[in-house]
Ligand binder design. Sequence first.
Ligand code: C2E
Ligand code: MG
Ligand code: MG
Length: 273
Amino acid sequence: KGNQHRRVAYYDNELRENILHEQELINDFQQAIKEEQLQIYLHPQMNVHGKMLGAEALVRWIHPTEGFIPPNRFIPIFEKNGFILKLDDYMLEEIARVQAGWLAEGRELVPISVNVSRAHFTREDLAEHICEIVDKYKVPHEVIELELTESAFFDDKKVLLNTVKKLRDSGFPVSMDDFGAGYSSLNSLKELTIDVLKIDADFFRGSDSLERGMLIVTEVISLAKKLNMKIVAEGIESREQVEFLTAQECDLIQGYFYAKPMPVAEFAEKYNV
Ligand code: C2E
Ligand code: MG
Ligand code: MG
């Protein structure tokens, strides 16, 4: 199951444990939402001078018995069984609530992005649905950015194009996450008008192919600028990378070099938003 290249799988204890564990996480999810075990971490995005200009909302699950569970352990499961729809809605609503709170306190808002999994793009009223959630909190749409992955392009293209257009028309910035990690990057840029391009961290990894990666990043940044898009480089960990991106006039940097994702309260205090 889940492996298209092999016809035979041997059932063993590890497989059994994995299935049981997945099932447990599925069983625990509703409770997790109700009991606020899902926490929002914010990962700041800085310009090359180190000024914080935005953030991405990332989910963390603080499980009562398992402790801290990183998203890579449960998002793929919830993408399979559909719970991702509830989880993303929850994150969107919480971010709208946070922004509304900061607005009421007279703080200056920066855009915060939330991830919108590809599973959402089957519903034709997705844009209306998102508006409805955000408008409950009367937050200006400009400060809620929606991140989609290239893989959303493989599903119903018409729904995707329509939804992105409707969202942008009503003022939400839209970004493409993990650009370059999928298959049809350039083609998707041709058909979609979006505001922000997030360059995948993989370009900055590896030693043998690093130089080629940098060449590609240089050209991608130049292309994105011609298409009037803002560029965010993800997974930036070293000063050399920041210097390189400064020379390329990259707009924003999201990476451990500046900070790791942190709880909302810590973010508010640290950056005085
Ligand atoms: P993503 O949306 O591409 O988020 C960026 C991931 O890269 C985050 O991992 C972030 O902590 C990590 N990262 C950023 N800079 C660095 C760096 O310099 N070094 C290293 N080693 N890592 C860095 P995280 O939080 O574990 O999230 C992983 C993925 O889980 C996300 O990738 C996203 O696809 C998914 N995810 C997280 N929260 C949500 C959510 O609320 N909804 C959906 N649909 N997916 C989510
Ligand atoms: Mg993302
Ligand atoms: Mg990403």
